[in-house]
Design a protein around this ligand. Structure first.
Ligand code: C2E
Ligand code: CA
Ligand code: CA
Length: 422
């Protein structure tokens, strides 16, 4: 094996060693089915303000030392600023790294003790394995891709990418090519998920969610194609299609006397910041003679920048047009209270990871409660996402004036089905 450089902070091996490890004795790869685990820690620097400027480095070091104790003969490398790879060339049985990933997630649940302060780090894990021709580099990219998927699902999640599974690297390229025509020809369409108000005892709004029925690959989840649309510039045409669709929906609502029913759209940070965004919104809504409609734009918390004047002033412009703003997946990102105070937002949508098992999980309950208290103090309305069971629902009802969105109340439905429900 060649000599490789070593990471200065953690003393771990680096990417080139990883490739060597996976590809050395190249032919063997095909028979032993190596596995790769990709883990990225969420933004350790977010703790620096509270615990001192080098906290991120201490976190990385603590993490790498802790994980090392879980390893046997795997190769452990630092591959990016906050990301690591664990590779096993010859797993004794397939799925071995999944067991390791479970152990890592368990470890993450234990707080790190920083001179008496307890600090919880979170991470996302992707796993890929190869039974055939994948090169080491492709395998690592697949694991990274799975990690990104895990990240979109929440915190401390694990996603295993099977080579022949629902999504692979090759599929991604195909999807990228097919996206423009899918937006045009109706393969991409929208469903609506009702939002239920405890105080009004009825659905007061709905979130619009995109769906893609691909003719060959079947159902493609938005967690896969939205990032592709963002990457390829297709997110703007998709947004325009969304606005046209929502205009039609408002007409239907109006015909049924439901003028105050609000619709929420997911807005990519990228689209929001585009020069032409507000003109587009104005143009489309004008064309449909729809100005004063209860329309909310949801922006994912983890895309919100920390210090961006232009971002805040953009939000102000959106507000001036009479629309509402929601912070989506609240609690998963790093928005500090101070910035939250500066944003002209109306709703916090508390991420479903906090709602999950809230009747059993004391920590989720406490976190949820503190978010409600904070929202109250700031005068923000709250939407709780992902309510799936009666038990969760009965705990949430105790919080009074909140809105809930989840499978228990309403699955995402086609326009006609939602209208029928109302
Ligand atoms: P999101 O904005 O957080 O949307 C909520 C997601 O949670 C939806 O997934 C919804 O189907 C799912 N969900 C709702 N209730 C429950 C529940 O009770 N339990 C569980 N486990 N899940 C529930 P979906 O439709 O797969 O969308 C995933 C993400 O893709 C969305 O997350 C959003 O970030 C993005 N997305 C979807 N449509 C669009 C779009 O038109 N534009 C943009 N920019 N992003 C979109
Ligand atoms: Ca949303
Ligand atoms: Ca959400």
């Amino acid at each position: 094996m060649r000599k490789h450089e070593v990471d200065a902070l953690t003393g771990l091996a680096t990417y080139s060693a990883l490739l060597d490890y996976l590809e050395e004795e190249g032919s063997e790869i095909r028979t032993v089915s190596p596995e790769v685990l990709y883990i990225e820690i969420d933004e350790p620097a977010r703790f620096n303000d509270a615990f001192g400027y080098d906290t991120d480095k201490r976190i990385l070091l603590y993490f790498s030392e802790n994980i090392s104790t879980l390893l046997e003969d795997e190769l452990f490398v630092r591959i990016g600023v906050y990301s690591f790879v664990i590779a096993k060339k010859k797993p004794s049985r397939p799925g071995e790294l999944k067991l390791l990933a479970d152990k890592i997630v368990n470890q993450l649940r234990e707080p790190m003790n920083l001179e008496g302060n307890l600090l919880y780090m979170t991470a996302s894990i992707g796993i890929a394995s190869s039974v055939s021709l994948n090169s080491g580099a492709t395998l690592v990219r697949q694991a990274e891709y799975a990690m990104k998927k895990a990240k979109r699902e929440g915190t401390n999640r694990i996603v295993v990418c099977h080579e022949n599974g629902a999504f692979s690297f090759e599929h991604e390229l195909k999807l990228l090519r097919d996206l423009p025509k899918a937006i045009e020809n109706g393969e991409i369409y929208f469903v609506y998920q009702g939002q239920y108000s405890y105080t009004e005892k009825t659905f007061t709004g709905a979130e619009m969610l995109a769906r893609w029925e691909h003719p060959e690959l079947g159902n493609i989840p938005p967690n896969i194609f939205i990032p592709l649309a963002e990457k390829s510039g297709m997110i703007t045409p998709l947004m325009n299609k969304t606005l046209i669709e929502v205009s039609k929906m408002y007409r239907e609502l109006e015909q049924r006397g439901l003028q105050s029913f609000s619709i929420a759209l997911n807005l990519s940070f990228q689209v929001l910041m585009e020069e032409s965004f507000l003109d587009n919104v104005r143009f489309i809504l004008d064309a449909y003679a729809l100005k004063e409609r209860p329309l909310t734009f949801e922006i994912m918390e983890d895309t919100i920048p920390d210090h961006l004047e232009s971002f805040t002033s953009r939000l102000d412009e959106v507000k001036r047009l009479g629309f509402s703003l929601a912070v989506d997946d609240y609690g998963t990102g790093h928005t500090s209270l101070r910035y939250l105070l500066h944003f002209p937002i109306d709703y916090l949508k508390i991420d479903r990871s906090f709602v999950h098992n809230i009747h059993r999980d004391r920590r989720n309950f406490l976190l949820f409660k503190s978010m409600i208290d904070m929202a109250d103090a700031l005068g923000l309305k709250v939407i709780a996402e992902g309510v799936e069971t009666r038990e969760e629902d009965s705990v949430l009802q105790r919080f009074g004036e909140i809105i809930v969105q989840g499978y228990l109340y309403c699955k995402p439905l086609r326009q006609e089905a939602l209208l029928a429900l109302l």
